[in-house]
Ligand binder design. Structure first.
Ligand code: MG
Length: 390
């Protein structure tokens, strides 16, 4: 497929892709990034996102975001910004839909617990795990593990990576996706955008879910200038939204405006950064500073909103309490499988029994990371007799 002429010279072009780890002939009707997206949507890991926690545990309510709906929101925001910047919308969609595939059950609580369990064996990083899912853990093709995505999608999936892990990746795949962390280079604009779209999405939906859960109130949000500004604007335009009965519509109206303001800000600030850096290719982008971003005032306001959510929602006693139980589930599951690998599904049991202790621990981590919240809770109950969640 040739580059769509509406794309800018600094957009990723599927015709110039660095390719797949296992070369494949081109598809007749889809470009390589569209194929990546389709493989991601059809993967088992993608389907499991529907039962994985974003902030609120899956059993706490049906209307809270899950990793799946979060990923769809990231893709929506990313694509609409990509189109305005004339960068590759298909690639943005593929990266967005894959960015959280490596997340453990129970959100950050699960990731922290698993990282603790893996301390002596190289730790656990969810971005690296997302790459492991698409490179190794999916079993869908006759001749290789993983779903054989293009370099550019894999580059975007590996959003962060420690130096030690980057060195390990580079050793296994010279010139691969680990190298940029060693050379301190940027990823493509499409990958940079997914990173920011992720942040815009969770800041907005965590306000919504936070208020829905009753853990934060609209009154508290007057302390958050970014939200409060748009709440006032919405209320001035629609005075009837003042009463309690209309509170939810006021909340949505404020969030909608806040989201739009951030999207327009990213488009404007990034367009200015691109005009001044004037990259002529994706490789120029990789050598430049980060080009996709907020303006300085929006960055400050967004950071303030993040601080609020961290302090008043993520650290809310009720969230912390559930978090503690979720961490216990993960830690106890890890110990149980390391002691008795045969309790895992056959593929993992076999692999763990064949491996030395570090490889066995990694197999257990892969198994646990792939679990949905409810499967992890049930397995924990089966192995310990205790029901800690749900
Ligand atoms: Mg995310």
């Amino acid at each position: 497929m040739t580059q769509n002429s509406s794309l800018a010279c600094y957009a990723c072009d599927p015709a110039l892709s660095r390719g797949r780890r296992y070369p494949e002939p081109a598809a007749p009707t889809r470009n390589d990034y569209q194929r990546d997206r389709d493989r991601i949507v059809h993967s088992s890991a993608f389907r499991r996102l529907v039962y994985k926690t974003q902030v609120f545990l899956n059993h706490e309510g049906d209307l809270f975001r899950t990793r799946l709906t979060h990923s769809l929101e990231v893709a929506q925001l990313g694509r609409s910004i990509a189109r305005s910047l004339r960068i590759n919308e298909d690639l943005v969609e593929a990266i967005s839909l894959a960015h959280d595939l490596g997340h453990t059950p129970f959100g950050h609580a699960g990731q922290d617990a698993l990282n603790g369990c893996m301390h002596a064996h190289g730790g656990f990083e969810h971005n690296l795990q997302s790459l492991r899912v698409v490179d190794h853990l999916e079993e869908r093709y006759p001749d290789y593990d993983g779903i054989n995505l293009t370099f550019e999608t894999r580059e975007g999936v590996l959003k962060h990576c420690s130096q030690a892990n980057a060195q390990r990746l580079e050793l296994n795949e010279p010139g691969g996706v680990g190298g940029r962390f060693l050379r301190k280079e940027q990823p493509s604009l499409e990958a940079q955008l997914c990173n920011l779209a992720d942040e815009i999405a969770y800041n907005a939906h965590d306000i919504d879910d936070g208020v829905r859960s009753g853990l934060i109130t609209l009154a508290q949000l007057t302390d958050v200038p970014l939200f409060d500004h748009y709440r006032r604007v919405a209320q001035a335009e629609h005075p009837h939204l003042g009463g309690t009965a209309m509170e939810r519509r006021l909340l949505y109206e404020a969030i909608r405006r806040m989201l739009s303001a951030q999207v327009y800000d990213v488009i404007e600030a990034t367009s200015a950064a691109l005009a001044s850096a004037a990259p002529r290719s994706v490789d120029d982008v990789r050598m430049a500073a980060t080009l996709v971003g907020f303006s300085a005032p929006m960055r400050a306001q967004s950071s303030e909103l993040k601080r609020f959510l961290f302090k008043d929602l993520y650290r809310h006693p009720q969230v912390v309490e559930t978090t503690g139980r979720a961490q216990r589930v993960v830690t106890e599951l890890f110990a149980a499988y390391v002691a008795q690998p045969g309790e895992m599904k056959p593929r993992f049991a076999r692999q763990a029994l064949e491996g030395e202790p570090p490889a066995r621990a990694r197999t257990v981590a892969d198994y646990i990371a792939g679990m949905t919240d409810r499967f992890a809770g049930r397995e924990h109950e089966r192995l310990t007799g205790l029901r800690l969640l749900g």
